[in-house]
Design a protein around this ligand. Structure first.
Ligand code: F6P
Length: 324
């Protein structure tokens, strides 16, 4: 028998565009005549039975909103065999026979395990501001978060140049430097510190020494997960070696996770939601909806989970050329 009732949920850190993706999944399900329910609070709602049938108008006026109307949570219970068995029981009682999981690496790890143990067809939609999933060019929320970070750095540049200051700006990315790198190029940063590249303090100090002969203000973007530590730690280490500039530190933090999604994220959400539902109806499972060279593709979870995505070397080079 084919799929009759899809459950959709968001899990892990929220990302702008998740609501637009929920809307797309609900609308696509209605379009194809399939029942759809929202599972609240990610895997927690699955374990504890917080499931709400969704009508087509329940997703009106959310395409533009950040956050997630389905909420998100970390579930300790779902990490256990018993918790997942309980979740299977809950889904069975609700009549849900397929899942759309919106989230990142951790979300898909759980989904993959659950599918292997209990055989429920599942398709993932990559949603994380970090853009750190292998198998897709871009994840939901990355474009919006990077624009938010860029606008903040633009503002910081105004005051930095008014006072001839050196700013260390910390952006999100516990294991990924994608926001730092893209924001660095877009906002004209002088240097970027990312976890994927071991650019030490000495290299940074040399760049600052070089910059000091021709530049009054300098901006260094530090990904929070850089091996030298966050922006405060990097600023302290630099000051111990080179004390030329009046220095300030700004940590952008969760401001990058909120806000209205960009056009790119809304369009990506729409395409991904429709593709996820249609993949399930076509009998596909155990994969996420990726975008490769502009085309929507299905990428097996196994190719995306736990694979550390490298930063584009071309972008790293461009940053260096432009920061001269
Ligand atoms: O994974 C997305 C992300 O925003 C990371 O960039 C960041 O390190 C982390 O989530 C923050 O998580 P939390 O909201 O739990 O502090």
């Amino acid at each position: 028998m084919g799929i009759t009732h899809i459950g959709v949920f968001t899990s892990g850190g929220d990302a702008p565009g998740m609501n637009a993706a929920i809307r797309a999944v609900v609308r696509a399900a209605y379009y194809h005549g399939v029942r759809i329910s929202g599972i609240m609070g990610g895997y927690e709602g699955m374990v504890h039975g917080d499931i709400r049938p969704m009508a087509v108008r329940d997703v009106s006026n959310i395409v533009q909103r950040g956050g997630t109307i389905l909420r998100s949570a970390r579930s300790e219970a779902f990490r256990t065999v018993e918790g997942r068995a309980q979740a299977r029981h809950v889904l069975g009682a609700a009549g849900i026979d397929a899942l759309v999981a919106i989230g990142g690496d951790g979300t898909f790890t759980g989904a993959s395990l659950f599918q292997q143990e209990h055989g429920i067809p599942t398709i993932g939609i990559p949603g994380t501001i970090d853009n750190d999933l292998a198998g897709t060019d871009v994840t939901l929320g990355f474009d919006t978060a990077t624009n938010t970070a860029m606008e903040a750095v633009d503002r910081i540049r105004d005051t930095a140049s008014a006072h001839d200051r050196l700013f260390f700006v910390e952006v999100m990315g516990r294991t990924s430097g994608a926001i730092a790198l893209h924001c660095g190029i877009a906002a004209g940063a002088e240097f970027v510190m990312v976890p994927e590249r071991p650019e030490g303090i000495e290299e940074l100090v040399s760049a600052l020494e070089k910059a000091s002969s021709s530049k009054s203000s300098v901006i260094v973007i530090v990904a929070e997960g850089d091996e030298e530590g966050g922006a405060y730690a990097v600023a302290r280490k630099v000051k111990e070696r080179y004390d030329h500039y009046d220095t300030r530190v700004t940590v952008l933090g969760h401001v990058q996770r909120g806000g209205n999604p960009s056009v790119a994220d809304r369009v990506l959400a729409g395409r991904s939601g429709v593709a996820a539902v249609e993949a399930l109806l076509a009998g596909r499972s155990g994969a996420m909806v990726g975008v490769v060279n502009g085309h929507v593709v299905l990428v097996p979870f196994a190719e995306a989970i736990g694979v550390r995505r490298a930063l584009d070397p071309e972008l790293l080079r461009v940053l260096g050329v432009l920061a001269i």
